[in-house]
Design a protein around this ligand. Structure first.
Ligand SMILES: *Cc1c(COP(=O)(O)O)cnc(C)c1O
Length: 384
């Protein structure tokens, strides 16, 4: 990215823009439409809503954690009517619950179903294809909008194969790039709906953007972000998406093995809702309740009652220069998170896990020593 800029109308740059556009559609696994924005993920969240939904429309948010909450808050601020299909943050919504709710909506008042594929605050993942089947089983016409911001490029996502109408992504998570480019994969149906529908919009208006191929940006195209994303997409193409997903699965399993070891395999029955943690946590444990719902790009860890996750994070940062994720909203101080997405390999992960183990000891947080050994055993099993 440390290169001189190019005229964004020049052929040399347009060739880069076209290449990036095509490569990003391959990562989304779509042959439909893609539009990019000079914005972070919040911009793409807003673009997805305002282009297809009339003000006052009812949308159904599948609760998963802090990110489903904040996308809901945005939708409300834009004048949409948001209903939350509530769920324990340790699992997220079940497909049956979605089908049941949509079957009751006989008048088709719900115009869109919104889901976060990988709930970064809870380290959980939703079964996007099964949720699509639930919408189809209920014979409901709602548009299906999915936030892929922290899954894309780390975990399998198939926009067309899974029947997603609007896929929202951003550059700075699994795509390993600087913040500032976000995008929406747009199905044919969503594109049709955007014509003659939607809220007042200018910056986010798809019609303007689609006036030239592959697209124009309102104002100056962020040329340097394209340089960076081109390099990222080259790295992704070189390794191959399937190999990348397998690497993330391997590293995530090793991380979960370490956490399970630190907690001695303890599993409390606590539930987590938008009001907080209900019940007592006696030992370190994974936030996701089931392995099938555990994210392969970030692991969220509950600390036992009476211990401060932010103190642990401060020790890890100040003493060892390792930055751990914090608990968001109701999880602040109770949860810390280990990110394992993007440009990461075994020694980097083992360094992070060793640091967590040192910091747990420094903070006198009860744990069974040897989590790093458990992670190594898991990695060796995977390579055997
Ligand atoms: C990071 C993140 C966002 C927000 O993206 P920004 O680029 O910070 O606006 C939204 N959803 C999920 C799941 C995320 O992980």
């Amino acid at each position: 990215m440390a290169r001189p800029t190019l005229d964004f109308f020049a052929d040399e740059f347009l060739a880069i823009q076209r290449r990036v556009h095509a490569a990003l559609m391959q990562v989304l696994k779509t042959e439909q439409n893609l539009l990019m924005y000079a914005a972070n993920g919040h911009g793409a969240w807003e673009a997805a809503l305002v282009n297809v939904l009339n003000p006052g429309s009812l949308v159904l948010m599948l609760e998963s954690g802090r990110f489903s909450e904040s996308w809901s808050e945005m939708a409300r601020a834009l004048g949409y009517d948001v209903e939350t299909l509530t769920a324990d943050w340790r699992t997220g919504v079940a497909p049956d619950a979605l089908a049941e709710r949509l079957r009751r909506d006989t008048g088709h008042a719900i115009k869109a179903v919104l889901a976060v594929h990988n709930e970064t605050s809870a380290g959980t993942t939703l079964p996007i294809a099964e949720l699509r089947r639930a919408i189809d089983d209920a014979r409901h016409p709602a548009l299906y909008m999915v936030d892929t911001i922290s899954s894309l490029g780390s975990m399998d996502f198939r926009m067309d194969g899974w029947g997603v109408d609007l896929a929202v992504g951003g550059s700075q998570k699994g795509l390993m790039m600087a913040t500032g480019l976000s995008f929406t994969g747009i199905s044919k149906r969503a594109l049709e709906m955007s014509e003659g529908r939607g809220a007042r919009r200018s910056y986010w208006d798809w019609k303007e953007m689609r006036s030239v191929a592959p697209q124009r940006f309102p104002g100056t195209t962020p040329v340097h972000l394209f340089y960076g994303l081109e390099a990222s997409l080259d790295l992704i193409a070189d390794e191959g998406l399937e190999a990348i997903f397998a690497r993330h699965t391997r590293l995530a399993r090793a991380t979960r093995a370490a956490v399970a070891h630190w907690g001695g395999g303890a599993r409390s029955g606590v539930r987590i809702t938008s009001k907080g943690i209900e019940g007592r946590v006696g030992a370190i444990e994974l936030l996701p309740r089931e392995a099938a719902r555990a994210s392969d790009s970030v692991t969220a860890i509950l600390l036992p009652d009476g211990h401060d996750a932010n103190h642990l994070r401060k020790i890890a940062l100040d003493h060892y220069n390792v930055s751990l994720g914090g608990g968001l909203s109701v999880l602040a101080g109770r949860v810390f998170r280990i990110g394992h997405m993007g440009d990461l390999n075994e020694p980097m992960l083992l360094g992070a896990l060793a640091t967590v183990e040192m910091a747990l000891a420094d903070c006198a947080i009860p744990h069974q020593a040897g989590g790093v050994g458990a992670a190594i055993a898991e990695l060796r099993r995977a390579s055997a």
